[in-house]
Every structure is written in C-alpha cells, then in structure tokens.
Design a protein around this ligand. Structure first.
Ligand code: P6P
Length: 338
C-alpha cells in the first residue's frame, strides 16, 4: 500500500470540508452525511468494546431475512446508524441487512440520498474478539425530491453510480475508510478525544502481497476453476489469510495487497455476500485504490441489482490477481462450450 502520510492534524470533518471547498457546487450535504455515519461508528465502537461487560453479546433469538441468527449488537448497530442518519434530513430511505424491506425515514421526503449498510458485518465473530465492521453505500435518489421515495427504485442502482461508500472496522483500533470517487481516505478513531483522525489519504493498493483469503472449508462445493485457481496460488507460494470477517479481510488486503474470494458454490451459486451493501461499496473503494472486483465475469460495479438483498460471488483485491481469475473463468467457459 502507498499513501500520503498526512503532515497535518485533521479530523474526518475537517478533511471533507477542505475537499468540499474545492468544489464550487458543494452543498455540505456529504459532510453532514459522513459525519452522521462517523458518529454512529463511534457509538458502535463503544458498544462493541464493552459488549462482554454490558451483556450485549449473544443472540436476540431472531433470524434476519438472510436466515442468519441476529446478534444483539447487530440490532444495536442498526439502530445507531438509523438514529444518526434520520435527523440529517438528507436521507429519504435506508436499506439494511437487518431490515427485510427499505425503511422510509420520517420527514425524509426531501432527502436527496439513500443509504444502505451492513450495520455489523462479521458479527458472529463478536464474542471471540475478531475484528468486525460496518459497510455503507450512499446513492443519490432517482425519484423526485419531495416525493415519498420509491425506495427500491432509489436503491437498486449499480455500484458505478455510487455517490460514496466506505466502511468502519472495529478491531485493535477503530478505523473509517471512505471514497467519493476521488481516492480512498483512512481515519483512526482517537478515543481520548472522540475524533476520527486522518491516517492515510489517497490509499493505493500496490498489489504487493502474495496473499489470498478464501474459506477453503467450502472448497468441496467449489467448481473446478476455483479449485485450480487456489492450487496455482499455492504452487506460487502464496500465503492464506482468512479471518472470516469480510471487513477485516478486505482491510488487510487493501493495505497490504492480495485477493479475497467468496465464490459461488454448488449449494449457493451466488455465494454468500450481498451486492448492495457489501460487494459494491467495497468494490468502489478497491477500484479507487487501484485494485478491482468481479463476480468472476463482470465488474462488480457494473452489476444492475434486481433485489435489495441479492448475493454475488466476489473476487476483490489487486487488479492483476482479479484479472487472473477472470481469465481463468473465461478460458474455461470457452473451452467448455467447444
Ligand atoms: P464463511 C460474516 O458472517 C460474513 O458475512 C463475512 O463477514 C465473511 O467474509 C463471511 O460471512 C464468512 O463466511 O462461510 O467463510 O464463514
């Protein structure tokens, strides 16, 4: 990874304001939006770090639309994000992994954005202390401002139309990364002052590390291309790093290089990860850092969503590594049709 190490002390708010000053038609809306997300991130970080003490570890006893058991902290994070975004008046509707349907925000009819998120990705790792995170997507609404958002029309947009995306990782430190299409910028939460402080601006993935992240426990359900791909990496001396928390695996690969894969499989041809609030926002970040992301054939950012919680196979990381799997899959599909 290469980046600009800041020679100044800058909070996420100051940083965005400085960059908005360079845009004549900036309204300050994005500053307010990202501030709200950062505020929720501070609260979620606090809750995650005291989970064992405050008896908020464990399950609510419910299952979400993904048929996954809902952790208490999933719902707390979901609520924190909604409570932070609603008062901005900038968001007409929210899409969340924890909500079956889009959530219209009260007084949101004049909101110009929709926000989608996985409030606490990797939450099954909460009680073992592994890093977990929040992943978010911000789109400009397509329906007229002033109308009650036709949420799905506003949310089912391809990743190439994202206004912004980012993630927060709650690990040994809490960090926030975002992009608006002008580079990837990374901030670290200083809990002493409760501010996200600029750590790296304009992160670039230099593709260096020979690392792959995939859960080979599922490899008996993979197709022969994925099996051949991993076998090639092993022959070339790659190391395997897999935390089982997408944000943590992604963050490591963004900083050090490497490739993450959650392929489709015989049980779930579209894999496990969701397009709108996991794959697409991270693909936007990775492309802005010089990497790329595919479902094995298509650029993730070009996929037109048809459902709010739709899943997609995901290969994301250094451009050369992603190119390799695309070529392998294309070769197999052409030879298979011969
Ligand atoms: P598996 C966590 O539940 C998650 O959604 C992602 O954070 C992670 O990358 C993936 O699932 C892990 O899934 O099947 O390897 O346990």
């Amino acid at each position: 990874m290469t980046s600009q190490t800041p020679d100044r002390l800058s909070t996420v708010t100051q940083f965005i304001l400085e960059r908005e000053r360079d845009r004549p038609n900036a309204t300050g809306d994005f500053t307010a939006l990202l501030n709200a997300i950062a505020l929720a991130g501070k609260r979620i970080s606090h809750d995650v770090n005291r989970a064992g003490i405050a008896d908020i570890i464990g399950l609510t006893g419910e299952t979400n639309i993904q048929d996954e058991q809902v952790q208490k902290l999933d719902m707390i994070a979901n609520t924190q994000l909604e409570r932070a975004l609603a008062p901005t008046g900038l968001v007409c509707a929210i899409g969340s992994e924890e909500e079956d349907e889009p959530v219209q925000l009260e007084n949101g009819e004049n909101g110009r954005y929709v926000v989608l998120y996985d409030p606490l990705d990797g939450s099954s790792n909460i009680d073992v202390g592994a890093p977990i995170g929040t992943i978010f997507s911000i789109y400009k609404r397509k329906t007229p401002v002033g109308s009650t958002s036709n949420s799905l029309e506003d949310m089912l947009q391809p990743g190439r139309d994202l206004a912004a995306s980012g993630y927060m990782i709650y690990g040994s430190s809490t960090m926030l990364a975002y992009t608006t299409g002008e580079g990837v910028h990374l901030f670290t939460l200083d809990p002493e002052i409760g501010e996200f402080i600029l750590t790296n601006s304009d992160l670039k993935d230099d593709g260096g590390a020979k690392v792959y992240s995939a859960n080979e426990g599922h490899s008996l359900t993979w197709d022969k291309v994925d099996l051949e791909w991993v076998s090639q990496l092993k022959e070339e001396g790659y190391s395997s790093r897999y935390i089982g928390s997408l944000v943590a695996d992604f963050h490591r690969n963004l900083l050090r290089g490497g490739i993450f894969a959650y392929p489709g499989n015989s049980a779930a041809p579209n894999g496990k990860l969701r397009l709108l609030y996991e794959a697409a926002p991270l693909a936007f970040i990775m492309e802005q850092a010089g990497g790329s992301a595919t479902d094995g054939k298509r650029r993730i950012l070009d996929i037109q969503p048809t459902e709010l919680h739709q899943r997609t196979p995901l290969y994301i990381g250094s451009a050369s590594e992603v190119e390799r799997i695309i070529k392998m899959r294309a070769h197999t599909s052409t030879t298979a049709t011969r």
